[in-house]
Design a protein around this ligand. Structure first.
Ligand code: ME8
Length: 639
């Protein structure tokens, strides 16, 4: 037997998250479909995924919970593995960057680069985005904020080690010229070239003194390895690179495909290749930067409250509805919109009306007319020839599309065949043929053509919606075919199940709309109302605009600022609990609104003669506050 060709595909390793959303599932479902597809094509596949567990953010989150980072992460990883299981993700290895083997490998990589002189000591000053764990140069910031996530960045300076990216730039550029296929889609090359290569690569800070939760640098224990060097190394540490057993590394490296989201493309197409060049290792064959799944045009995020745990969808609609949507809806490489309604629409139109309907009515007819048995069609009519040839061309066409990593159009090619079979039913009208005895042989041939076509389509669909293909094979009473058995007519006789099972029950879209509207309504934060009051009671409150003349911290209360406010010939001292939101000096000169006829009261020894009005709301678990201000003249009444 000839040796199987290896195929190595990876997803990024995920940051531990308490709230994985459907966007997170996108990369992994695509990688799973590609891995399954290559396996079915006879490749020896290794599919790697995992988690990226070091860095300041994790350290901070664990501290908040009062546990160690590892204690904090472990249950999250169990939850991630459960999510992948619910989506039928069939990975070969789940790597954690806290695994001993990975840690040892990263330390050896750093030491190797240091010994070689490609890592040197310096000091780093730059704009750092804590959530993204990325340093940015001034020119890369957008409006002074992180270009990836738009959040605040802070200037950091510390001792650090640097990798000589600049030394390798010419080598990388030369390599990219010869291998433009590294960057997929190739259009992303221009973005990388213009934004990063053309301005010239700066050496990369590869260690941090201030981050404690990281892999210690062996040649300087005061430092930990920069998270991206740690994370990228997973692709080779998982294969046993620099370990006692590097057989997997020898077999599978270089990777055939790193599948990544577009925002981390530059790490994979610039930093990672240079790390590999410095290690004298071959570069990956392809890096595919896919787009984002969006909701209402924006990236999915917990803070926007626009996500549900994907397992809810799996429970409500079945795993293959979710997989099919992720794989078919988003044009590969671009962004695509997600909504539950859209997913259900696709389920109803494609999986239920086109695929499910074909399987169900063909099996029913086979039972009705032939007690479930069919013999091979050997008397092709011209129509049969056309349909059979269309079916036989499917595997090659799908394979070519998959070579381009174009999953939506690969699925499209399969669904065109399923639609063709539905049309063939309309053209041949089995129910008419059944009316006369002499047409029964023709009816057998027609139904065989459809059933065998279904078998071929089920095989092609197996990588994408595996459990559906399995259910189809069960109903056809056949084993899962191999690639060699794919050709039309491979099965001599069928004996299909007596009781066809509905593959995808229709979901009522109107009912769904109503349910989603009710859910949205229920999710709206409710204003807690106070009991109604009479107008006279409201009118009894005296509110006046005044100008802040002085503002200081309360000597004995951290949260309180002490104001001197002028209300037009009358100055009052008012205390307000806004110290967490304002610096005292920035309030001097502001015109604020105060209640003046509130009974004076003492707070930690100082009297407050009135109350300043402010607007308060909890946003993303944090209290926000703004003092009410006015441009009206001092002394104006507020009513
Ligand atoms: O970036 N649509 O991890 P991560 C599509 N640890 N893809 C999305 C998405 C969305 N709405 N949201 C997230 C990291 N993703 C690093 C990787 S690899 C050496 C280190 C994708 O958990 C995102 O694009 O932030 C990325 O490919 C993956 O989820 C993991 O993101």
């Amino acid at each position: 037997m000839s040796e199987k060709k290896p195929y190595y595909v990876t997803t990024p390793i995920y940051y531990p998250s308490d709230n994985f959303h459907i966007g997170h599932c996108y990369t992994t479902v695509i990688a799973d479909a590609l891995a399954r597809y290559k396996k079915l094509q006879g490749y020896d596949v290794y599919f790697l995924t995992g988690s990226d567990e070091h860095g300041q953010k994790i350290e901070e989150r664990a501290k908040k919970k009062g546990v160690t980072p590892k204690e904090f992460i472990d249950p999250i990883i169990d939850n991630a593995k459960d999510l992948w299981k619910s989506l039928d993700i069939n990975y070969d290895k789940f790597i954690r960057t806290t695994d001993d083997e990975h840690v040892a490998c990263v330390q050896k990589i750093m030491q190797k680069l240091y010994d070689k002189g490609d890592i040197y000591k310096g000091s780093y000053e730059g704009w750092y985005c804590t959530p993204c764990e990325s340093f940015w140069t001034e020119s890369q910031l957008v409006d002074g904020k992180c270009p990836d996530c738009g959040r605040e960045v802070k200037m950091m300076k510390e001792d650090a080690y640097f990798l000589k990216l600049s030394k390798y730039q010419p080598q990388l550029e030369a390599w990219l010229k010869e291998h433009p296929e590294l960057m997929q889609p190739e259009s992303r090359y221009n973005e990388m070239y213009n934004n990063f290569l053309k301005p010239g690569l700066k050496d990369l800070c590869v260690s941090r003194a201030s981050v404690k939760w990281g892999i210690p640098v062996t040649f300087d224990p005061s430092q930990t390895v920069y998270v991206w060097v740690d994370a990228l190394s997973n692709y080779i540490s998982a294969l046993g690179y620099l370990s006692d057993d590097d057989s997997l590394f020898k077999k599978f490296w270089p990777a055939d495909l790193h599948l990544v989201g577009k925002e981390i493309f530059r790490f994979h197409t610039i930093i990672w290749p240079i790390m590999l060049m410095a290690l004298d290792l071959p570069l990956p064959k392809k890096v595919y930067g896919h787009g984002w799944l969006t909701i209402g045009g924006g990236k999915i995020s917990k803070s926007k409250g626009n996500y549900k745990d994907p397992r809810i969808f799996v429970n409500d609609y079945g795993v293959d509805t979710v997989r099919y949507f992720l794989l078919s809806e988003v044009p590969f490489g671009s962004d695509g919109n997600f909504s539950e309604e859209l997913m259900v629409e696709r389920r109803n139109s494609d999986l239920c009306n086109v695929l499910g309907n074909l399987v169900n009515r063909t099996i029913s007819m086979t039972n009705k007319y032939f007690g479930g048995t069919l013999k091979k069609n050997v008397n092709y009519t011209d129509l049969d020839k056309e349909v059979v040839s269309y079916l036989n061309s499917m595997a090659k066409e799908v394979d070519d599309k998959m070579e381009e990593l174009d999953i939506p159009n690969s699925l499209g090619l399969i669904f065109r065949r399923i639609e063709r079979l539905n049309k063939y039913i309309d053209e041949t009208m089995p129910w008419s043929l059944a009316k006369s005895e002499e047409n029964l042989p023709r009816l057998n041939d027609v139904l065989y053509t459809i059933i065998d076509g279904i078998r071929m389509c089920a095989f092609e669909l197996e990588a994408f919606i595996p459990s559906t293909s399995k259910r189809i094979y069960e109903q056809l009473n056949i084993e899962s075919p191999t690639l060699e058995q794919l050709e039309f007519g491979n099965i001599e006789n069928y004996k299909v199940t007596e009781k066809p099972e509905i593959l995808f029950a229709r979901i009522d879209e109107e009912e769904l709309k109503a349910r989603l509207a009710a859910e949205e309504e229920a999710a709206q934060p409710k204003i807690e109302h106070k009991p109604e009051i009479e107008f006279a009671q409201f009118d009894g409150v005296e509110m006046v605009v005044g100008e802040v003349k002085e503002c200081k911290k309360h000597p004995d209360a951290d949260k309180i600022l002490v104001f001197k406010v002028d209300f037009g010939g009358e100055e009052r001292q008012i205390l307000s609990g806004v110290a967490a939101f304002y610096k005292p000096e920035e309030l001097v000169g502001k015109k604020v609104v105060a209640v003046l006829n509130l009974k004076p009261r003492k707070i930690r020894g100082l009297e407050s003669c009135g109350m300043l009005l402010s607007a308060v709301k909890e946003i993303d678990g944090k209290e926000k506050l703004e003092l009410m201000t006015s441009n009206m003249p001092v002394g104006s009444k507020v009513c």
